[in-house]
Design a protein around this ligand. Structure first.
Ligand code: AMP
Ligand code: MG
Length: 346
């Protein structure tokens, strides 16, 4: 398949390009597009055939459901059964990096929801994503635009590496603002939700909009053999580089001293804080942002992991993120990349 790449430099002057992309979606084709979280691999969410193409292009197991993307929060009512809790979340966080799981309406085929009777709904704030959905006139089912087993793409170059020849079109909108996938919540009842995947909308922010927010255990720890995940995606091995990842925790000076020693004695890649680059000199060094700048770390993490994975490192070190604020989303992605391996230093 020939993949057309369209660079978005001035969205307001590119409606003809976006209309062509929308035509591809309506005709059952696939378009990768930028969002504020990561790039999505989009197809018509009301078309069973398009959903099957998405799973095939990614190499994704077909019981791992897709998120459907809508142009306006109110449109959710056409595809899912909404309630007041949804409306409150929508008012507080949409458009934006929040996905809400609701009971599915018949118009969304089971192939999109991995056979489930619920459907995940999101209204992205990225202007190109918004315009694409609007012009398509259909909801767009879109998982992250990476091959299954690779980190989510945060720039068009990552999408081009993974999906050239597998999709009809790639819209290149530059770097994603947040860099981690959306926050996913499940509505349990009036004023009650469960956080299934942390992202740009933090636990504290959710608590301000909804009375009771429960964090699913799978967010911070490995599930036991007999535990059933609330979200099918939780049971799949998440992205991990080919070299083992070890997360370091402890006093900043102790961690830095350990890294200084290790870089002399082993072939290690290091995801470090910007302020540590003065002491760390390896050519497998990947600064992810300042220690206190969790937003910068979120934006850089997947790119750094892709880069570290391309080196000849025998081991990859990174800091154990805090579990507060945006840190919880970083923590959730990192402990999975590290298969829960944490080294305490003192
Ligand atoms: P991705 O699109 O790659 O960001 O992955 C979407 C995530 O949303 C996966 O982990 C899915 O398991 C989860 N998800 C999508 N739909 C549902 C649903 N109906 N119920 C529970 N989890 C869902
Ligand atoms: Mg994904």
């Amino acid at each position: 398949m020939n993949t057309e790449i369209i660079k978005i430099t001035d969205l307001s002057a590119q409606d003809a390009d976006l209309s062509r992309a929308a035509d591809v979606i309506r005709a059952g084709g696939l378009v990768a597009f930028p969002t504020e979280t990561v790039y999505g691999l989009g197809g018509n969410a009301t078309d069973d055939g398009a959903a099957k193409k998405i799973y095939a292009a990614k190499g994704r197991p077909s019981d791992n459901p897709l998120i459907i993307h809508i142009a306006n929060p109110d449109d959710a009512d056409r595809y899912a059964v909404v309630n007041d809790t949804y409306r409150r979340l929508a008012k507080a966080f949409m458009p934006g990096p929040l996905t809400v799981i609701l009971p599915r309406r018949e118009i969304i085929p089971r192939s999109v929801t991995g056979g489930l009777d619920s459907v995940a709904v999101r209204c992205p704030s990225h202007p190109a994503a918004h315009r694409l959905i609007e012009l398509s006139g259909v909801p767009i089912a879109a998982p992250s635009a990476n091959l299954s087993g690779k980190p989510s793409p945060t720039c068009a170059e990552h999408v081009i590496q993974d999906l050239t020849g597998r999709v009809d079109m790639i819209l290149d909108g530059g770097d994603c603002e947040i860099g981690l996938e959306s926050t996913i919540v499940k509505v349990d009842g009036e004023d009650e939700i469960t956080l299934l995947r942390p992202g740009g909308i933090t636990y504290d922010a959710l608590c301000m909009a909804v009375g009771k927010v429960t964090i699913s255990p799978a967010v911070t720890r490995a599930l036991a053999e007999n535990e059933r995940p609330l979200s099918p995606g939780m049971k799949y091995r998440h992205y991990a580089p080919s070299a083992p990842v070890v997360l370091l925790s402890g006093a900043p000076e102790a961690v830095l001293a350990f890294l200084v020693d290790e870089q002399e004695s082993r072939r290690c890649a290091i995801l470090c804080y910007n302020e540590e680059t003065v002491r760390l000199k390896s050519n497998r060094l990947f600064p992810v942002g300042a220690r206190d700048d969790l937003a910068a770390q979120a934006q850089t993490l997947f790119r750094a992991l892709r880069s570290a994975d391309r080196t000849d490192a025998e081991i990859i070190y990174a800091h154990l993120p805090p579990q507060s604020g945006l840190g919880l989303a970083l923590y959730n992605r990192m402990i999975r990349a590290a298969a829960h391996t944490v080294r305490e230093l003192s």
